[in-house]
Design a protein around this ligand. Sequence first.
Ligand code: GLY
Ligand code: MN
Ligand code: MN
Length: 483
Amino acid sequence: MPHARRLAAIASLALLAAVSAYAGPLQDDLIARRSRVMEQLSPETLAIFWSAPTRVYSHDVEYEYRQDSHLLYLTGIDQEETILILMPGNPVRREILFILEPDPRREHWNGHRLTPAEATAQSGIETVMTVKEFEPFIAAMFSRQPRGDAAEYDPFLSALEAGRAKLALLLEPQQNLSTPAGPARRFALDLRERFFGFTVEDARPIVSNLRQVKTPYEQEIMRKSVAISSQAHKAGMRAAAPGKFEYEVEAAIEEVYLRNGAMTWGYPSIVGSGPNATILHYNRSSRRMEPGDLLLVDAAANFQGYTGDITRTYPIGGRFTREQREIYEIVLAAQEAGMKAVSAGAPTRDVQAACDRVLRAGLVTLGLVIDPEGQQFKIWATHGAVHMIGMDVHDVGNRRAFEPGMTFVIEPGIYIRQAALDALPRTAENVAFIEKVQPMVDKYKDIGVRVEDSFLLTTGGLERLSSAVPRTVDEIEQFMKKF
Ligand code: GLY
Ligand code: MN
Ligand code: MN
């Protein structure tokens, strides 16, 4: 182990010991998360992580604050204008947090700002400065004139002098050259105009890949979050009845979030009845439900920064019609096939392929698709069946194989919309297809079904976190009968 590394390791042990005197399980987890990020950055790096900006809702009213998920993952701090610096090569202070300075007048309007001691207690970070000190700190560091003892910042400063230092940021994905640079890229460009001796590195893959595998602490929060959402779905099912409005179901669901300390949703609730069930991100919730409708509800709470993702589709009159049931059974069977394809080491695309096989075969059987091999069935099965969940409902990570600790959904769906047929270009092949399937589209028109559960893979196997919500045709009809 090189000398500086050994020193850093010793120093980090000392830091752990010092902090754990007042830290809880979350703080222990945060400290470990940052250590794992720093293990993957070179000791010659200075990494910066910014909080999310506040957003205007209307005039002088802001949206409820939503912290940047990466910053929340690394600090547990849910306050605006927070910045984290990691310097993995520092022998002592490897983590520095910048927070808003106290301001009694602003705090009268907008609430308490964390004191340095509170920020330390929440994050496990010992060194806390005010956000006003951030720019001077950076300017001093990059001009190699830090305040205090310069030895504290070796080997970053030596690397800067030798032209080998690294500035690591969460660089915004850049679609093409004409896309305007985001704030992190602009910061990097500005700094490179003024200072020398460093290259810029993207810290995003490091943090994203860590976030993809949940720690035991995170797994517990995910279980609780999905348990609240499951209870909320059942409340929604109880509230659904002919003559009621979609928003009444939404209200019943979101009431359960708040009553259980989940202060908001993980994503806006989708409550779509009748033809609205075929709109993937329907968010108006304004229709009065009619006898014979199917209701599609896609909703989940944000509990302590973590969200599940659950969809149930059910007949508001309590019983599926024959056509609704035929579509439902295909979607359910697709989900079951997807579940069987999950195991540690299996690629996520195997789950998609397993769902697709069942969806395609089922749609061919119903006469809604004529090609038993290709992608024609995607006209009705329009979205992917797998994504990760966590701090973001479509959580970060890459398409690597499943590992214990990953949380994800399996969510096949079928949506029969006349508009999908009407939008097809009139090629000879499409005209023949339309002619063939039109009678079946008339039969199944406006049926939208999605079945979506939240899962955790553990070394013991697949855990369906949302298993408390009725899912099969029989379970749903039984449950609806009681209310
Ligand atoms: N709730 C968004 C999705 O199902 O992916
Ligand atoms: Mn989903
Ligand atoms: Mn969903």
